[in-house]
Design a protein around this ligand. Structure first.
Ligand code: DGY
Length: 335
C-alpha cells in the first residue's frame, strides 16, 4: 500500500520553530495538521501560547519554555511534548507528567557531532587557533617565529570529563586518539569495558578539577549542576588548564570564570554555551584566551535532520497510543 497514513484522528501538532523538512514530512505524511513557526527568530511567547491552544502534540525547540503556563494554554487534549534536543532544561517534565503528557528528547543522534565540536574546542583553546586566525584577519604584520603563539600539546595531557554520558564518552574516545589520558567524574561508574577501553579513572570532582589539563563539561542543566563550576572550583584548577563547555551555560558561573581568567587561575576556556544565552558575559568578549561559539554542538545537516525525525517519530508514537522511542522518564535528567 502506498500514500499517506491516515490516522484514526487527525491531530494538531505545533512545531515551535523551523526544523529540517524530513521531520515535518513525517508528521504531515501521517495525516496530521502541522503548524510550524517558520520565522528564524524564536516564537514570541504570547504567539506560542496562542498557537498551542488545542494542540495534541508540541514539537519543541530548546528556545521554547514548556511549563505550567504553556501546558494550561494547550489544554487537556495535549498528549506529547517532543523536544528537538537531548538537553531538556527548557521543559518542566514534572508538570508534563502531572498532566499525563509524555515528554521526549533526542539522545544518541547528536552524540558524535557534539563530541566532535568539544574536541574542536579542546584543540582551538590549547593551540590558540582562533587567536591565530584573528591575527591573520587583522592585517597586522606577522612572520614565523620559534616562540610565536606557542600552545599546549595534548600528548600525555589529562582530559577530565564531567558527566560521562554518551557525549562525554565519545569525547574521551577522540581525546585518546590525540594521546590524552582520561579521568571522569560521574554519579555512577561507567561500564567496566568502556573504562578499560579508555583507561578512564573515576575521580571525585574536586580531584578531577585539580589534576586535569583540560576539563570538559557534559552534565545536564539541573538545580544540582547550576554553577557546578564556580569561583572555588576554578581556583582549584591548574593555572595551565583549560575549561570546555558544550553542555549548558548555567553549569558555569560565567562571572566567576571571567574573574578566574583575569587572575590567571586557568589558562583559557572554550565555550559553546552561555549562562544567559544568547547573551555572552562582556568580560569574555575581548579575551584572547577564550574561544566563543554560538551553540553549534549539534549543528550539522545530518545531525539536525536526525534530531528532527526522531522528535517527529516520538510525537507520532505517542499520538498513535504507542511508546515513544526516547521518553524522558525521570524528572531529573541523568546525562
Ligand atoms: C541539545 O540537543 O541539547 C543541544 O544543545 C542542541 O544542540
Amino acid at each position: 500500500m502506498t500514500g499517506a497514513v491516515v490516522p484514526a484522528v487527525t491531530a494538531r501538532v505545533v512545531v515551535t520553530g523551523r526544523i529540517p523538512q524530513a521531520g515535518v514530512d513525517l508528521l504531515v505524511g501521517a495525516g496530521h495538521h502541522v503548524d510550524v513557526w517558520t520565522d528564524d527568530t524564536p516564537i514570541p511567547r504570547d504567539e506560542l501560547l496562542r498557537r498551542v491552544a488545542g494542540a495534541h502534540a508540541v514539537v519543541s525547540l530548546l528556545t521554547a519554555r514548556i511549563d505550567d503556563e504553556l501546558l494550561d494554554a494547550a489544554g487537556p487534549q495535549l498528549r506529547a511534548v517532543a523536544n528537538v534536543a537531548v538537553g531538556y532544561d527548557n521543559i518542566d517534565v514534572a508538570a508534563c507528567h502531572r498532566r499525563g503528557v509524555v515528554a521526549t528528547n533526542t539522545p544518541g543522534v547528536l552524540t558524535d557531532a557534539t563530541a566532535d565540536l568539544a574536541m574542536a574546542l579542546v584543540l582551538m583553546t590549547t593551540r590558540r587557533l582562533a587567536e591565530g586566525e584573528r591575527l591573520i584577519r587583522s592585517g597586522e604584520p606577522w612572520r614565523w617565529g620559534m616562540f610565536m603563539m606557542l600552545g599546549t600539546g595534548l600528548q600525555g595531557a589529562r582530559l577530565g570529563v564531567v558527566g560521562m554520558g554518551q557525549i562525554g564518552t565519545a569525547l574521551a574516545r577522540r581525546a585518546r586518539a590525540f594521546g590524552m589520558t582520561v579521568a571522569y567524574a560521574n554519579r555512577r561508574p561507567v561500564d567496566p569495558a568502556v573504562a578499560s577501553e579508555l583507561g578512564a579513572v573515576r575521580l571525585p570532582l574536586d580531584e578531577l578539577l585539580a589534576t586535569s589539563d583540560v576539563v570538559s563539561l557534559h552534565c545536564p542543566a539541573t538545580p544540582e549542576t547550576h554553577h557546578l563550576i564556580g569561583a572555588a572550583q576554578l581556583a582549584s584548577m591548574r593555572p595551565t588548564a583549560f575549561l570546555v563547555n558544550t553542555a549548558r551555560g548555567t553549569v558555569v558561573d560565567e562571572a566567576a570564570l571571567v574573574d578566574a581568567l583575569e587572575r590567571g587561575e586557568i589558562a583559557g576556556a572554550g565555550l559553546d554555551v552561555f549562562e544567559h544565552e544568547p547573551a555572552v558575559h562582556p568580560g569574555l568578549l575581548g579575551r584572547d584566551d577564550v574561544v566563543l561559539l554560538p551553540h553549534l554542538g549539534s549543528a550539522t545537516v545530518e545531525t539536525r535532520t536526525a534530531m528532527a525525525t526522531l522528535a517527529a517519530r516520538n510525537a507520532l508514537a505517542v499520538l498513535a497510543g504507542a511508546d515513544p522511542l526516547t521518553p524522558i522518564g525521570v524528572v531529573r535528567p541523568t546525562g
